[in-house]
Design a binder for this molecule. Structure first.
Ligand code: CA
Length: 228
C-alpha cells in the first residue's frame, strides 16, 4: 500500500481525525488547509488520490478541482455539504470521481478510497509485464506461461483467454463477453467454445483441473480468475 493521499480540509479537527484514520489504513497522508496550498501540494507531491473539501478559504474546492483537472487525472473525492449540486461535481465541469456528504462515516470514505485506488493504482493491467498467482506465472511480454517454473504450451486463443482473465482477476465475465473479447465481435460461435478452452486451460495450468483454483466457474454466469 502506502499510496499517497492529499487531504484538503480547513477544519483542523476533522483534518486531524481523518489523517489519523487514513494513516491507520496504511496511507501516506498530506494535509493542505486551503486551496492555494492544495494546488501547490498536488504539483509537489503528486498524490495518488485527493480528498477535497468544497468549502475552503482562498480558493474554493470547485476552483481547486477545476485547476487540478486541467493537467491531472488524479482521482478526486469531494467532501460536500448536503445541498451541493452533485451532477456538477461528478459531471464534466468538475470531473470529481466521487463525493461524500458531510457528516460522513470514515469507514465508508476508506472503502471508497480503496475502490478508486483499486481501479487506478492497483490495476494498470496493460502496463504490467507479468502476472504471478500461486505457482502460475504469465510473462505478458514474451507470452510465456509457466507453472512451477515449467513452461506450459498454450494455443494463441488459450493464451489470450488466460491473460485476459488474469489481467482482470476477480471480475466475472459471461461466456458471451469472453467470446466477444477473445474471438472478436463478429464471432458467431456458441458459448461452448469458451467452455472448451477453459477446460483445456485448466488441464494445463491447474493443479487439480477438476477442482480448479485459478479459473473459477461462476455458476449461471461465466468465469472469473482468482483474485490475488
Ligand atoms: Ca471547509
Amino acid at each position: 500500500m502506502n499510496e499517497k493521499i492529499l487531504l484538503v480540509e480547513d477544519e483542523i479537527t476533522l483534518a486531524k481525525a481523518l489523517k489519523f484514520s487514513l494513516e491507520k489504513e496504511g496511507f501516506n497522508v498530506e494535509v493542505a488547509f486551503d486551496g492555494e496550498e492544495a494546488l501547490k501540494s498536488v504539483d509537489r507531491e503528486e498524490p495518488d488520490l485527493v480528498i477535497l473539501d468544497l468549502m475552503l478559504p482562498k480558493i474554493d474546492g470547485y476552483e481547486v478541482c477545476r485547476s487540478i483537472r486541467r493537467d491531472s487525472e488524479v482521482p478526486i473525492i469531494m467532501l460536500t455539504a448536503r445541498d451541493e449540486d452533485i451532477d456538477k461535481i461528478l459531471g464534466l465541469e468538475l470531473g470529481a470521481d466521487d463525493y461524500m456528504t458531510k457528516p460522513f462515516n470514515t469507514r465508508e470514505l476508506v472503502a471508497r478510497i480503496k475502490a478508486i485506488l483499486r481501479r487506478t493504482v492497483h490495476q494498470p493491467a496493460l502496463e504490467k509485464n507479468s502476472i504471478k498467482v500461486g505457482d502460475l506465472q504469465i510473462d505478458l511480454i514474451k507470452h510465456k506461461v509457466t507453472v512451477k517454473d515449467r513452461e506450459v504450451f498454450l494455443t494463441s486463443k488459450e493464451y489470450a483467454l488466460l491473460s485476459f482473465l488474469a489481467s482482470n482477476s476477480g471480475r466475472v465475465y459471461s461466456r458471451d463477453q469472453l467470446l466477444e473479447e477473445i474471438w472478436g465481435e463478429k464471432h458467431s460461435g456458441d458459448a461452448r467454445t469458451v467452455d472448451v478452452h477453459v477446460r483445456h486451460l485448466r488441464e494445463k495450468i491447474e493443479e487439480f483441473p477438476a477442482d480448479p483454483g485459478l479459473i473459477l466457474t461462476v455458476w449461471g454466469t461465466g468465469y472469473k480468475f482468482r483474485e490475488g
